[in-house]
Design a binder for this molecule. Structure first.
Ligand code: GLU
Length: 304
């Protein structure tokens, strides 16, 4: 399929409508990005590449990194992971405190902030040098040693991360955080600060389109069963309280971040990353979602 041609066609179509979304400013550093940026990169499992626009420019992947943290923690903990975090869509915003009180400190899923904080706690607990070991894992699955944290973004988030501090304190009060709160928060803020280009992002997630095997190296990252479950969680929980709508419109498992990135996969076929910094009211890239909706409509293939 000539994906490049489809990208240009959709882009022309989208340029006719105004993007009413807004760049995230609650993390001040994120507000400095050029809102007009737009990039897309698709990598097939046979390593063919298709791209359009600003696909080689780094951006903050934010919550998308939560999937990679989940993969590493799941590898280590196995099914006992689900004693500390659920697998249900939240139906609330990414940083909501609301459900934690009722669920006695057990987050609804690993892709909202509270869930990712529990995953961070698990990684801090077992990794020797948590930040170094985690970025080494990300580099190994992406096949790119250049991927790194962004200290400016992590610092900016630390200075304004009051809701995350509230979430972790509440969970600690219920006994669902084992390590020092500041250490876990520091790990979490760094996790969210990772920067990638659309190309790097689509390459990094390719193993989830290949049943857990990294097509760059042929090494197994996670088992087929775990890969299925991670994809299922992306499908049902990857877009906060817009997960149903993303499934309805796009029909692929995926994950968004407040930096305006979205990654989605079509099993056995491809991984696609889109970046457009303006976010809709639910905190997801507005143009990114529209682009992917038109993309699966145009290609007539989704998981459904
Ligand atoms: N670092 C962001 C936060 O904790 C992640 C949110 C997101 O990308 O959805 O608020």
């Amino acid at each position: 399929m000539n994906y490049n041609k489809i990208f240009s066609k959709i882009s022309r179509q989208l340029n006719k409508t105004e993007d009413t979304g807004e760049v995230a400013t609650y993390i001040p550093e994120l507000g400095n990005v050029d809102p007009t940026k737009f990039g897309v990169h698709l990598t097939t499992i046979n390593q063919q590449h298709y791209h359009f626009g600003d696909s080689e420019e780094k951006f903050s992947i934010q919550s998308i990194a939560k999937v990679l943290a989940l993969v590493l923690a799941y590898k280590q903990e196995g099914e006992k992971l689900w004693e500390r975090v659920g697998v249900e869509p939240s139906g609330t915003s990414f940083n909501s405190l609301f459900q934690l009180e009722f669920s006695k400190g057990i987050p609804r899923n690993p892709l909202i902030n509270s869930g990712a904080l529990v995953i961070s706690d698990i990684l801090v607990g077992y990794l020797k040098n948590p930040k170094n070991d985690f970025i080494a894992f990300v580099r190994s699955i992406s096949g790119n040693s250049d991927i790194d944290y962004c200290s400016r973004i992590a610092e900016s988030e630390k200075l304004t991360g009051f809701r995350n501090a509230a979430l972790i304190n509440l969970m600690k009060s219920f006994g669902n955080i084992k390590n020092d709160i500041d250490v876990v928060l520091d790990f979490y803020f760094n996790l969210c600060s990772i920067e990638m280009t659309c190309k790097e992002l689509s390459q990094t997630f390719l193993f989830l389109a290949a049943y857990g095997v990294n097509p760059h190296t042929n090494e197994r990252v996670i088992s087929i069963s775990k890969s299925k479950r991670v994809n299922a969680i992306m499908q049902t929980c990857g877009f906060y309280d817009e997960a149903g709508e993303f499934t309805f419109k796009v029909g692929l498992p995926g994950k968004s971040g407040v930096g305006g990135g979205i990654v989605a996969i079509l099993p056995q076929k491809y991984s696609i990353a889109v970046w457009s910094p303006r976010l809709n009211k639910k905190g997801n890239s507005s143009k990114g979602i529209k682009f992917l909706e038109l993309f699966t409509t145009e290609t007539e293939i989704s998981i459904f």
